[in-house]
Design a protein around this ligand. Structure first.
Ligand code: GUN
Length: 294
């Protein structure tokens, strides 16, 4: 039997609708709208695309966005000054520094320079530290991991007591999503490039989060029947039949795994739209907190 396809695009649209209503209520009650500052350093095409999509999504729900496109060779001090100015700007409720930053920049110092109350990406060392401990609520949780959990919740997939396997241990997805699963009382395994018998470990999963960045690595015979799969990968593979010469695939061989799984996210249209929806969520929550609305 074919799996339930988890429609991230539709779920994200529902969430954007919820946020738009909250922004409208905020404007009616306080005459304010949430503001997001997007800091982009350099000319990476992928980062430019992500930032453009984030700003467009802000506009659709009524959030004001402030763009800061900075040159690749900006100094550490100059970049820190931009962040400090945004910290001091009352129109800005959230600050997003698009990653990765150029090699000469110390990204830990930059992320640590963002005001905790405006850290809508959840990458401030204190927010990450709180996420990594019991009973220490971070002010914000990173957007892609939060989106993965939201997809499971809104699809009625129970997490508590389940075996969760996370493929990948990046700072942006693998590690924080693992912490969120643990907080929700999953039994957790984190796999990486040195894991022995990877298919054997993946086969134990009731919930599989794939975030390694390797096209279609997880095959149909790697998964247990009835598994729920969240595929975070976005990989371009050559495809001469497409006008642009490539297509996007996940870390999971979708056509094979959907025949075994109970539920699976597609790529594109799964996790991707959720990352942006969670950024809007965090920015709106930040504005509500500032106004004392929650
Ligand atoms: N680069 C890849 N993913 C992300 C993200 O969620 N936030 C930021 N700021 N940069 C990223």
């Amino acid at each position: 039997m074919s799996a339930q396809i988890i429609d991230g695009k539709a779920i994200a649209a529902t969430i954007r609708g919820e946020i738009a209503a909250e922004v409208e209520a905020m404007t009616a009650q306080y005459g304010k709208v949430p503001g997001l500052a997007a800091v982009l350093v350099g000319e990476r095409r992928d980062s430019q695309t992500y930032v453009r999509m984030k700003k467009k999504a802000c506009a659709e729900v009524g959030i004001t966005s402030f763009g800061h496109d900075l040159p690749e060779d900006i100094s550490q001090e100059e970049l820190l000054k931009v962040v400090r100015d945004l910290n001091a700007n009352p129109e800005v409720n959230g600050i997003l520094v698009q990653l990765p930053l150029p090699d000469h920049i110390d990204d830990e110092e930059v992320l640590g320079g963002v005001d905790l109350e405006k850290d809508v990406d959840g990458f401030h060392p204190i927010n990450i530290g709180r996420l990594s401990m019991k009973r220490r609520d971070p002010l914000f949780v990173p957007c892609t991991p939060k989106g993965c959990i939201e997809l499971l919740d809104r699809s009625g997939i129970e997490i508590e007591g389940k075996r969760a396997v996370v493929l990948g241990r990046s700072n942006i997805v693998g590690l924080p999503v693992a912490m969120l699963l643990l907080h929700r009382n999953a039994t957790l395994t984190i796999c990486h490039s040195r894991t022995q018998d990877l298919p054997g470990v993946v086969r134990e999963a009731d919930i599989l989060i794939a975030a390694v960045g390797r096209a279609e690595m997880v095959r149909g015979d790697w998964v247990k029947p009835g598994v729920s799969v969240i595929d975070v990968g976005i990989n371009a593979v050559d495809d001469p039949t497409r006008e642009r010469g490539y297509r996007l695939v996940g870390d999971v061989a979708f056509d094979e795994v959907k025949e075994v799984a109970a539920a699976i996210t597609p790529v594109p249209g799964g996790v991707g739209p959720m990352t942006i929806a969670m950024l809007l969520r965090n920015t709106t929550d930040s504005a509500k907190r500032t106004l004392g609305m929650e």
